[in-house]
Design a protein around this ligand. Structure first.
Ligand SMILES: Cc1ncc(C[n+]2csc(CCOP(=O)(O)OP(=O)(O)O)c2C)c(N)n1
Ligand SMILES: [Mg+2]
Length: 393
């Protein structure tokens, strides 16, 4: 056995058996659920949710459309139209439920996977595609949607959200009708210093921020048990604020739990950690192959908890929606898919020098010099291009 193989063998066997019992299987007693995987409505004493049939149908529409956007984006990447894509498959309910719990004045700080939250904040999915196509450096105006830019540096947005929340506090913009922030991050991110520092700052300042952790069980190929020996939501208590675990595949529970935590934050009760217990049903990104490191049985088990299917079952069983409604939603989702596909394919390449445009508000001498150097570099290919053109190549 080589040293590399030995390392692999150890990491496969060492701490997994006990840790798996600890938090892979969410104890139903601690999991807040308002809609079972079978599509039956459940009640929870701390989270009464009054919601109309039309509101549930609107959530169903969101879920179906964001899954379609994701499906289309993966296909576009496979066809060479996008550089990369981080799929949200399986996490639609966590994102739509929490996204729809926000008020217009709240500020959301996403990772790179929050396409469902972007949808809820009114960001045109075409802008997400522009980012992953590499023709846009940001994608959208955060102030227009109260939805910050995607953040690749794992966990750093937890600090941004906390700092922003402290600003809200100092501006006196809190209160029953005031504002709060929400930071999205994954299970892997909870091991980052930035997230732990954000917990401390938010806690001691009583900042109006909600930490929304989508525990999708994996950080690329690292399973949850390599991040923590205790359920993630338990960690909040050590920092001095409440933590809750919600069924992340239950859109109603995610809505109710996030709404309550945001309200507590805006009213001055400080932060909450929400652990949305869910599953990344696809690959980490389109560059990843999960069959190399996880068992297909795990995916099969989670398919039975699909976030969209349970809402559909609930609507059908209760005769709240008929086939016509479901078909119309599918048709609308297909139309969104078609529109964004066409828009993506039609995106022009930006001039290479435009990458210098949005770096600073006012150009410095150093930036001007770098821009000039890059322009000269591009010009150095001009003769070669002319030569090729003359040769008809
Ligand atoms: C600071 C930092 N370290 C490492 C990486 C590489 N990286 C990208 S995604 C990822 C895993 C993140 O897992 P998790 O927080 O569970 O989020 P998920 O992708 O599952 O949504 C890592 C380590 C990074 N982007 N930033
Ligand atoms: Mg993860």
């Amino acid at each position: 056995m080589t040293v590399k193989d030995a390392g692999r063998a150890v990491s496969r066997t060492a701490p997994r058996a006990t840790a798996r019992d600890t938090h892979r299987q969410a104890d139903s007693a601690e999991l807040i659920q308002l809609l079972t995987p079978e599509g039956e409505r459940a009640e929870h004493p701390d989270y009464p949710l009054e919601i109309s049939a039309d509101e549930i149908k609107a959530l169903y529409r969101d879920l179906v459309i964001v899954r379609r956007i994701d499906f289309e984006a993966i296909a576009l990447q496979r066809q060479g139209e996008l550089g990369i894509w981080a799929s949200l498959l399986g996490q639609e309910a966590a994102q739509v439920g929490s996204g729809r719990a926000l008020r217009p004045g709240d500020m959301a700080f996403p990772t790179y996977r929050e396409h469902g939250v972007a949808w809820c904040r009114g960001v045109d999915p075409v802008k997400l595609l522009a980012l992953f196509r590499g023709v846009s450096h940001g994608g959208w105006d955060p102030a227009e949607h109260n939805f910050h830019l995607y953040t690749i540096v794992i966990g750093s947005q937890a600090l941004h959200a906390t700092g922003y929340a402290m600003g809200i506090q100092r501006d006196g913009a809190m209160g029953e009708d005031g504002d709060a922030t929400i930071a999205y991050f994954g299970d892997g991110a909870t091991s980052q210093g930035d997230v732990n520092e954000a917990f401390i700052w938010a806690s001691v300042n009583n900042a109006p921020v909600v930490f929304f952790c989508q525990n999708n069980q994996w950080a690329i190929s690292e399973p949850l048990e390599r991040q923590s020996r205790v359920p993630l939501y338990h960690r909040a208590h050590g920092f001095g604020f409440p933590g809750v675990r919600v069924d992340g595949n239950d859109v109603l529970a995610c809505l109710a739990v996030t709404r309550k935590a945001m309200q507590a934050a805006r009213e001055g009760q400080g932060p909450t950690l929400i652990e949305a217990f869910t599953y990344r049903m696809g690959a980490h990104t389109t560059t990843d192959d999960p069959t190399r490191y996880r068992l297909s049985a795990e995916l099969e088990a989670w398919k039975l908890k699909d976030p969209i299917e349970r809402v559909k079952q609930y609507l059908i069983r209760g005769e709240l929606a008929d086939m016509r409604f479901l078909d119309d939603i599918d048709a609308e989702a297909a139309a969104v898919g078609k529109r964004i596909r066409a828009a993506c394919q039609a995106m022009p390449d930006p001039p290479p020098g435009s990458m210098f445009d949005d770096v600073l508000t006012a150009e410095t001498a150093q930036l001007a010099a770098e821009r000039a150097e890059f322009a000269a570099y591009l010009d150095s290919f001009a003769d070669e291009q002319r030569e090729l053109a003359r040769e008809g190549r």
